[in-house]
Design a binder for this molecule. Structure first.
Ligand code: ZN
Length: 137
């Protein structure tokens, strides 16, 4: 099998998980700091479990060009929060099960059989930034 071309990655998600009120507070502080520093798309809070996620979370969607800026910063600033980073390369099941990496605790991926094997028919996801970063990082 030929190696996959990383140019297939159209965007990434970082899912920031929290499990109690204290972690939700930490996640809120982290969210504010992300929004102040990076051109990313902050997703809604999901206090109820959704999709393949085993814990409440919010999503941060970002373009590949943000990766070398945002990910190292997140490594140093996530505190104790569990974080899933996965690419969006056209196969949601593989992107969640095979291609991701975790920071901190590794959580299960729920109901993986519900993740599509291809999203070729879907509209491209809107990852246009909804943050207004200031200068300093
Ligand atoms: Zn995701």
């Amino acid at each position: 099998m030929e190696p996959a071309d990383a140019a297939r990655i159209s965007s990434y998600h970082a899912h920031i998980y929290y499990m109690d009120a204290a972690e939700r507070e930490a996640a809120a502080t982290l969210r504010e700091r992300i929004g102040a520093r990076f051109s990313v798309r902050l997703g809604r809070w999901h206090d109820q479990l959704v999709g393949p996620h085993a814990r409440p979370m919010y999503q941060v969607a970002f373009l590949p060009e943000q990766f070398p800026h945002f990910i190292p910063w997140l490594m140093l600033n996530r505190g104790d929060l569990a974080v899933l980073v996965h690419p969006n390369s056209g196969n949601p099941r593989r992107d969640h099960l095979q291609h991701p990496f975790w920071m901190g605790e590794v959580l299960p991926i729920m109901h993986p059989e519900l993740l599509a094997q291809s999203d070729a028919d879907e509209e491209p996801e809107d990852v246009s930034p909804n943050t207004l970063p200031q200068d300093s990082q």
